[in-house]
Structures are given as structure tokens and as C-alpha cells.
Design a protein around this ligand. Structure first.
Ligand SMILES: C[S@@+](CC[C@H](N)C(=O)[O-])C[C@H]1O[C@@H](n2cnc3c(N)ncnc32)[C@H](O)[C@@H]1O
Length: 279
């Protein structure tokens, strides 16, 4: 991460960054892949993300002996936490489209009941009804076809089992103390900025009529803290995605806000949990 308030300025001469490296992480330059895995780690360690994840754990309620799927698992941190809950009588399958992410996740294997696999959320290599529960965090927003992914997660979940989708609603972003947020958001290429907010409706439409949705609002009081989680405040993606004539006024305004100590930013993530109907 390149910080906004005093951290090193980026001097990279790497090839141009693909608009959304999360969609095809393995196609990104090596250096960017490493940076993205590092981003997943710092995000996972952020207290606001941990607060959101603990709310998601409570709703998903994994129990001993269950067979669970964590799809779009990244470096597998949550997969291992799930494995601690299901114990030796249960199992967790951690799937990601990126071979690099799976290789990192595998290198962190802690001996628990997690199996790591490369796979695509829109074409899962499991039979119908295979899992007691499926979990998917911050993946839908990167997909060309989120509805197809939801259908597939439902397909591999047994009747009575649950599907838990956790995603961001970037359109809920609000800030105070600085200017140009709306314009920067408009230029930022989030493929599905409202993925979190629309997940429940997508799940209901796909055949999970009993879907609950819990909003968790994350808040940040310094730009450096926000940059850990929010790409708009990290200079590297900001400079890649936003027009230079907007970047400078935005950065100036954010820096001045940091100096005054009045910076404030918040956005909402949604945890949507649906049960597959029993027939
Ligand atoms: C923002 S990361 C989230 C990772 C992890 N769920 C977490 O919360 O740390 C998005 C992940 O989705 C994966 N992904 C993107 N498209 C995918 C697809 N079609 N099938 C499976 N995983 C995919 C990416 O490789 C990346 O690891």
C-alpha cells in the first residue's frame, strides 16, 4: 500500500495494471499479485473487517462435523477459521480461481481439515447438495455474472443448508472533511459497486426466499487507516484508475483533512444468508 499522508510516493514502472486484477489474479504481473495477497492480509487484520467477519460468523454459525465451502477464498484465512469450528469430524473446501492465491493459501496450511482447490465459482466441480453451507466473501463484486455464481452456490448446497454471501456496497460510501468523493467513486472501476446491497434480491430471485441481510457499516477516521481496506485511499490504485486532473485535488483535500484531524469515511458491507428449501 502507498499511504496518502507521508508514505513513499510510488515510482513503479511496472506494466499497466489490468482494471480489475481480482477477476483474473493470475494474469496480473508477479509484483502486483504479491501486492494483492499482501492487501488481503492487511485487510484481514483490520479491526473493522474483523468486526464484520465476526458478525458474519455468528450468522453463518458453522458447527462441528459440517462440510463447508469457502469460495473465492483468497489466502484462505477464513477457511482456516471455519475449519477450527467444524473440527476433525467436519471439513472445509477452500476454492479460488487463482492458482497463485491457492498456492499461498496452501503454504499457510495449519494441519486443520481444509482442502485447497483451484476452481471457478460459476462452474463448481462438486455434485448437487454436496455442502452443508457455502460462504463467499468479497467475490461477487468482481464477477461478470454474479447471478450465475449464486445459482451455482445454491446448487452445491444441500436442502436445509445455507448460502452466505458477504459483499460491499461501494455506493453507500460517505465521507466528511474532504472533497471530490463522488467524482472519484464515479471513475473507480468497481464492476458491481452495489454487489453487497443487491445480493439478497439476487438470492431470493435464484430460489432462496428466506434470505436475511445484515448491514455492517465500517468507519475510518484517518486516510491511512482507510487505505488499508478502501482502494480509493491507496495511491497506487487511485492513480491507475482515476484521471490525473482529479487525483491531485482529491489527494490535496484528503491530506488537508488528515492534518486538521477531521477525516471521516464509512461504507456498508452486507451479510446475506439464505437457506435452501427442503422438498
Ligand atoms: C477480494 S478477494 C477476497 C478473498 C477472500 N474471500 C477474503 O475475504 O479475503 C476476491 C477473490 O475472489 C477470487 N475470484 C475472482 N473470480 C473468481 C471466480 N470466478 N471463481 C472463484 N474465485 C474467484 C479472486 O481470485 C480473489 O482471491
Amino acid at each position: 500500500m502507498t499511504t496518502m499522508t507521508g508514505g513513499p510516493q510510488t515510482t513503479e514502472t511496472a506494466p499497466p495494471t489490468p482494471a480489475n486484477p481480482f477477476e483474473r489474479l493470475d494474469d496480473a504481473p508477479q509484483e502486483q499479485q504479491r501486492r494483492i495477497i499482501g492487501y488481503l492480509d492487511t485487510v484481514a487484520a483490520h479491526p473493522e473487517i474483523q468486526r464484520m467477519r465476526s458478525a458474519a460468523f455468528e450468522l453463518f454459525a458453522p458447527t462441528a462435523g459440517e462440510r463447508l465451502l469457502d469460495v473465492g477464498c483468497g489466502a484462505g484465512e477464513v477457511s482456516r477459521q471455519l475449519a477450527a469450528r467444524v473440527g476433525t469430524t467436519g471439513s472445509v473446501t477452500a476454492v479460488d480461481r487463482s492458482a497463485e492465491a491457492i498456492s499461498v493459501a496452501q503454504s499457510r496450511h495449519d494441519g486443520s481439515s481444509v482442502t485447497y482447490m483451484v476452481g471457478d465459482i460459476t462452474a463448481l466441480d462438486f455434485p448437487d447438495g454436496h455442502f452443508d453451507g457455502v460462504r463467499c466473501e468479497r467475490v461477487l463484486q468482481h464477477l461478470p455474472d454474479p447471478d450465475r455464481a449464486i445459482k451455482e452456490m445454491i446448487r452445491v448446497t444441500r436442502p436445509g443448508g445455507r448460502v452466505c454471501v458477504i459483499d460491499t456496497d461501494w455506493t453507500s460510501s460517505v465521507g466528511d472533511g474532504f472533497d471530490h468523493l463522488a467524482e472519484v467513486l464515479e471513475q473507480f472501476p468497481f464492476p458491481h459497486p452495489s454487489a453487497g446491497r443487491t445480493a439478497r434480491a439476487r438470492m431470493v430471485k435464484a430460489g432462496l426466499p428466506v434470505t436475511t441481510a445484515l448491514p455492517v457499516t465500517l468507519r475510518f477516521t484517518t486516510p491511512d487507516d482507510a487505505a488499508v481496506v478502501v482502494p480509493l485511499f491507496d495511491e497506487t490504485p487511485l492513480r491507475t484508475c482515476v484521471q490525473p486532473e482529479l487525483v491531485e485535488p482529491f489527494l490535496d483535500s484528503v491530506r488537508q483533512s488528515a492534518e486538521r484531524g477531521d477525516f471521516l469515511f464509512a461504507f456498508t458491507m452486507w451479510i446475506s444468508l439464505g437457506r435452501v428449501e427442503t422438498v
